[in-house]
Design a protein around this ligand. Structure first.
Ligand SMILES: CC(C)(COP(=O)(O)OP(=O)(O)OC[C@H]1O[C@@H](n2cnc3c(N)ncnc32)[C@H](O)[C@@H]1OP(=O)(O)O)[C@@H](O)C(=O)NCCC(=O)NCCS
Length: 194
């Protein structure tokens, strides 16, 4: 169960060399639908591809109270050169007592292969381990999702376990690899702090 931090995340903004990470806005709906309706991008996601703009509006509307209550931190990933929304990164399943959270992330297919998620997640993890005082961040991915595994391993995550038949999405049953990154491991990776 999530145990909100009770600190509002409604105005969190993180800047990196090429990106602005910021809360979702109403006018993000078309870009979100483009990302979440793409079958290739959604191949290993925990839900089927979206089919309507209403699903994008529903995510944006759900986020407003959840971000204000500190239930999760979901940030849109905007390219600063042209203002395009290219993805999302999220810290969710927050457990305040154990100071842990789960990380989730998605990029538009056209933005893969440029290190944008690496840049975004370094900023999100820095915020998680400092401002949010987390001790552990974990991730649950489909073992076939090699791009996602590579992204986590580049950030210093350790593969900790293989859980069988953990997900059923549509008709497909799939396993999980669980990854974890501890604050002390993050602190030791000065190369990722830049
Ligand atoms: C998972 C996902 C975000 C990875 O995207 P990505 O672009 O590979 O992510 P990264 O930011 O880690 O980029 C690394 C790639 O960019 C390249 N790159 C280019 N410039 C770079 C830079 N400045 N810094 C780092 N990497 C750079 C790397 O070489 C690497 O390419 P490679 O995989 O061919 O070796 C993307 O595949 C995705 O959105 N998938 C669908 C959603 C999904 O499955 N999410 C995870 C669910 S658990």
């Amino acid at each position: 169960m999530s145990t909100p931090t009770s600190t509002s995340n409604a105005s969190v903004e993180l800047r990196t060399e090429r990106l602005l990470l910021r809360p979702l806005r109403d006018d993000d709906a078309p870009a979100l639908l483009a990302i979440f309706s793409d079958p290739e991008t959604m191949r290993y996601w925990s839900a089927p591809p979206w089919t309507t703009i209403g699903q994008a509006h529903a995510m944006i509307e759900r986020d407003r109270p959840a971000m204000a209550a500190g239930e999760h931190l979901r940030l849109g990933i905007e390219k600063t050169d042209d203002g395009t929304l290219i993805g999302l990164c999220t810290l969710f399943h927050l457990n305040a007592a154990c100071r842990r959270a789960e990380v989730g992330y998605v990029l538009a297919r056209s933005a893969w292969g440029h290190g944008h998620m690496n840049e975004a997640l370094r900023a999100l993890l820095r915020h998680g381990f400092t401002a949010m005082n987390l001790n552990r961040v974990e991730a649950d991915i489909d073992p076939r999702n090699r791009g996602s595994a590579a992204s986590l391993e580049r950030l210093g995550f350790t593969r900790e376990g293989h859980l069988r038949e953990r997900w059923i999405v549509g008709d497909e049953v799939s396993d999980s690899w669980l990854y974890g990154l501890l604050r002390r491991e993050w602190d030791a990776r000065q190369d990722l702090q830049r």
